[in-house]
Design a protein around this ligand. Structure first.
Ligand SMILES: Cc1ncc(COP(=O)(O)O)c(C=O)c1O
Length: 414
């Protein structure tokens, strides 16, 4: 290009309705409480290196064909592992051919949405929920009706009332999206009785259930109710899961469990000619031998970090930070005093090196979530968690006057 040539302008060529552009990545914050990052020290590196070597040595030449030698549903050995694991831990009876491997469970969300949703549709969702689910629905022009949660997950009285209300208005929601087993962000587990109630209500109203079990492996006491998919006697449930939280998110491996009728429609929407092969092969090799021993080790480490976070919040914020102890996972959902607007706390906190997720980005109800924040405790070291919470308390006091006492020392307001 000569100096005098004007630069080519793509702006008039851009497709209509594009989402806002991504912001450039400038590195992680010093104290990183955002996103769903995992604990670097807990990545089972030696076993992953050995699995990579073993599987490539044995069957590496299969990468010469699209879909390995397994076809478009994904690496067979990994699907076989999932079928037996889902049976053992979640009670799901499915064959390897009822599992589709996806590029992270985010692709699973896209495929299920692509299968079922059109602009103007309505879905039911937990009032506090996964931001990635909310932004997808907004972009699709789908109306999301939020159902309040309590200490045992989605409230069934509120679900029944919402379904009745929608019916009166002639609206049949497409699905109930739920994260029933270690909910994001609240960390609750929906008991079996509520799962059965949800199935009954969904059947009565002709609504599907979309079950996202992203965090189900990370339960402190290892005990979980059967998956909603497992409890259903008439189908109607699509189940998704992920290896992001149990092994590592950068691998980008998730999955969908559904009947072939539905998987065949979703396969037609999955236009990437198969998810990345290497990570599927490595996981297939690793999981058969090591998954069951790895997960309790990871979970013990996460529980210890949660304790550090809760202790640091109690010490630095005192009664100004309220939270219920999650039953597992990697998040603490924290309520700060009403005066604190977490969308406004976000920037000054980041400037001080602390990244937090503001509540309104994780909820359908802005008023409920305005003074709430989601903190991920998996990524930082114990020292970083303590130092990050101390810094956050200083910023919060400076910006909003709370907590008035920090580390039990009364501060004179400037
Ligand atoms: C509830 C839930 N579902 C799905 C995902 C997507 O995860 P991934 O695409 O890494 O499997 C996340 C990530 O944080 C999540 O929290």
């Amino acid at each position: 290009m000569k100096m005098s040539d004007p630069p080519f302008d793509f702006a008039p060529l851009l497709a209509p309705g594009l989402p806002p552009p991504a912001v450039k990545w400038t590195g992680f914050a010093k104290y990183n409480f955002i996103g769903g990052h995992n604990d670097a020290d807990q990545v089972p590196l030696d076993a992953l290196i050995k699995a990579t070597n073993d599987v490539l040595t044995r069957e590496g030449r299969t990468i010469a064909t699209y879909g390995l030698a397994s076809g478009p549903l994904g690496y067979l050995r990994l699907r076989e592992f999932l079928a037996q694991k889902l049976k053992r831990t979640a009670g799901i009876s499915c064959g390897a051919d009822e599992i589709l491997i996806t590029s992270g469970s985010l692709q699973a969300l896209d495929l299920v949405n692509g299968l079922l949703l059109a602009p103007g549709d309505t879905v039911i969702i937990e009032q506090a929920t996964y931001q990635g689910a909310l932004t997808r629905l907004a972009r699709l022009g789908v109306n999301a009706v939020g159902i309040p949660l309590d200490g045992e997950g989605m409230r069934m009285d509120a679900l029944a009332a919402a379904l009745d209300d929608l019916k009166r208005r002639g609206v049949r929601p497409k699905y109930i999206y739920t994260i029933p087993t270690v909910q994001n962000p609240t960390g609750t587990i929906l008991p079996e009785a509520r799962r059965l109630d949800m199935l009954r209500l969904a059947a009565e109203h002709g609504v599907a259930i979309f079950e996202d079990d992203c965090y189900a492996d990370l339960i402190w006491d290892g005990r979980r109710p059967p998956a909603i998919h497992a409890l259903s006697r008439h189908g109607g449930v699509i189940h998704i899961g992920s290896f992001s939280k149990s092994i590592a998110p950068a691998l980008r491996v998730g999955y969908i469990v559904a009947d072939w009728d539905l998987l065949s429609r979703m396969l037609a929407l999955k236009t990437d000619a198969g998810s990345g092969a290497l990570e599927q092969m490595v996981l297939g090799e690793f999981c058969h031998a090591h998954f069951d021993a790895h997960v309790p080790r990871l979970t013990r480490g996460l529980r210890a970090k949660l304790q550090t976070l809760m202790d640091a919040l109690n010490e630095q914020f005192g009664t100004a930070a309220e939270f219920d102890e999650p039953k597992g996972g990697i998040f603490l959902w924290v309520k700060l005093p009403d005066a604190v607007d977490t969308l406004k706390l976000f920037q000054p906190a980041l400037a001080a090196g602390v990244a937090i997720n503001p509540g309104p980005e994780w909820a359908t109800d802005k008023e409920y979530s305005n003074s709430r924040t989601r903190l991920c405790f998996a990524n930082g070291s114990h020292e970083a968690i303590r130092a990050g919470v101390a810094t956050l308390a200083e910023v919060c006091r400076r910006e909003f006057g709370v907590p008035a006492r920090i580390a039990n020392v009364e501060k004179v307001m400037d």
